[in-house]
Write a protein that binds this ligand. Structure first.
Ligand SMILES: *Cc1c(COP(=O)(O)O)cnc(C)c1O
Length: 389
């Protein structure tokens, strides 16, 4: 979908001509007679501002319908509610931490079995699925080590056992990747990240590929009620207007940052799907429209938390905070922040070293970002000199 199409998929207001989408801050809608209304009856079930957002994201992902939830996790939760006791999920092993918590500590208790596998090799998924598998759940790229899996190949495996393929497309965004075109049944977004894009809201989105699935998610959305309010729908719509230009600039900055990091003496390993050295670079290139995302992570030769902390507390433009995808660059230390709840052993196996640092590149000027990182590297070199005395 071109930038033009995205911008013009957002309708102006047919009632007044207002060029931006009105915020319908209302709980209920007046009926002419019982059950006779203008398509809206109660704001949990539907709201005109939310409807615009839901229609726009369905188009963005080439899906049948879109649904807006209060957070990304509420969106994920709505899909899990399609399952029954005894059903199984095959999920990517370095799944988003909050999804892991929800799967393991809420749904496993309710009788859902989850099998975590390394999804970078399709065979691992093929070996893990069975007739009981109802969902195959992947993220590509993953967080924070940016592993890539082949969505089209995995969708064939999922279909062979009649399981639905769910792709959390938060990191790639619909600008780089359209999972439904690659065979996915359901797409998830944390709208908090690239789609919102300004670090000023939390939101979640589900996009379905068939009428039948749309009806099921619509039912859960209304039954459980975890909807996104009209004001946050408005902000998310406004974010989508600039998604294309923001995401492309973030990819451009991230590639420059990744190449810069590769040439730093203090750096042990750089994780970025746009680098030729990345394990699944060719798959990423093919399925992500040549855009490799705005997130880069790297570990230090001095693989200690102390060195990482020194680095992340000495940048000016990269602000130390959880979350990602906004116009302002952020950085974080996963071992002590986003992935602190994961036991060290499991964390290390997933490639999340003690010194791993995750960067979310914003839309600042690339040279300023590189200078910022240079300065932070100097502070860790300095502390090394002090130590040798
Ligand atoms: C942040 C995130 C989520 C959860 O979204 P919230 O809006 O924080 O609830 C889910 N998946 C991925 C990949 C994320 O980065």
């Amino acid at each position: 979908m071109s930038a033009t199409k995205i911008i013009h998929s957002i309708p102006s207001d047919p009632l007044t001509g207002a060029i931006s989408v009105p915020v319908y801050q209302t709980s209920t809608f007046i009926q002419e007679a019982p059950g006779v209304n203008k398509g809206f009856d109660y704001a949990r079930s539907n709201n005109p501002t939310r409807k615009v957002l839901e229609d726009v994201v369905a188009q963005l992902e080439n899906g049948h319908s879109g649904f807006a939830f209060a957070t990304g996790l509420a969106a994920i939760d709505s899909v899990l509610k399609l399952l029954s006791v005894g059903d199984e999920i095959v999920a990517v092993d370095d799944i988003y931490g909050g999804a892991y918590r929800l799967f393991t500590h809420v749904y496993e208790k309710l009788g859902i079995k989850i099998n975590y596998v390394d999804a970078t090799e399709v065979e691992n998924i093929a070996n893990a699925v069975s007739k009981k598998t109802k969902l195959v759940w992947i993220e590509s790229p993953t967080n924070p080590t940016l592993k890539i899996s082949d969505i089209e190949a995995i969708s064939k495996v999922a279909k062979s056992v009649n399981a639905l393929l769910v792709v959390d497309n938060t990191f790639a965004s619909p600008i780089a990747q359209k999972p439904i075109d690659l065979g996915a049944d359901i797409v998830i977004h944390s709208g908090t990240k690239y789609i919102g894009g300004h670090s000023d809201l939390v939101a979640g989105l589900v996009i379905t590929n068939t009428q039948e699935l749309s009806e099921k998610i619509k039912f859960v959305q209304n039954a459980s009620g975890g909807i996104l309010g009209p004001w946050d729908c408005f902000l998310t719509i406004r974010g989508i207007e600039t998604l294309d230009i923001r995401y492309k600039k973030q990819c451009e900055n991230a590639l420059k940052v990744a190449l810069f990091l590769e040439n730093q003496d203090a750096v042990e390993k750089v994780h970025y799907p746009g680098l030729k050295t990345h394990k699944n670079h060719e798959i990423a290139k093919k399925q992500q429209n040549g855009l490799f995302g705005g997130i880069v992570s790297f570990s230090l030769k001095n693989d200690t938390q102390e060195a990482a902390v020194k680095f992340v507390t000495n940048t000016e433009y990269f602000k130390l905070a959880e979350s990602l995808g906004g116009v302002k660059s952020l950085l974080c230390h996963p071992a002590q922040m986003t992935h602190a709840s994961i036991p060290r052993e499991i964390r290390l196996n997933a490639g999340i070293n003690d010194s791993l640092i995750r960067l979310s590149c914003g839309i600042e000027d690339a040279d300023d970002l590189l200078n910022d990182l240079s300065k932070a590297f100097k502070t860790i070199e300095k502390s090394k000199e002090i130590l040798t005395y």
